[in-house]
Design a protein around this ligand. Structure first.
Ligand SMILES: [Zn+2]
Length: 110
């Protein structure tokens, strides 16, 4: 819920700074590893946008797949979990390089 509130908050502030009164759509990128359930985010968004400039805004969720990098063999591969072995060398020294974040990509205002 607080996540959706943050999104609406940021969007409304951005709209204000641009002298806009209505937000048409908000595009957010959600990483597969960000721990966010897209359905519940969409649901919360509907609830928190009431009586804000984002009241009729569409929330567009773009899913970003997880990517990891193996420190041992320098291979990069797709993953949807934090705990993964490198498919090349079975190494454990794997760092997540993509898919952990949730960020607002764009806000369209009137
Ligand atoms: Zn490796």
């Amino acid at each position: 819920m607080s996540l959706a509130m943050n999104i609406v908050d940021i969007a409304c502030k951005t709209a204000q700074q641009n002298g806009a009164h209505k937000i048409q759509s908000i595009e957010v990128e959600v990483g597969k590893l960000a721990g966010v359930l897209e359905d519940s985010l969409a649901f919360c968004f509907q609830a928190v946008r009431k009586n804000t400039p984002a009241e009729n805004a569409k929330l567009q969720i773009i899913t970003i797949h997880g990517k990891a990098h193996c420190i041992s063999c320098d291979d990069s591969f797709d993953t949807d979990t934090f705990f993964t072995l490198c498919p090349e060398c079975d190494g454990l020294a794997v760092e997540i390089i993509q898919g952990r974040d949730l960020k607002i990509k764009s806000i369209n205002v009137d």
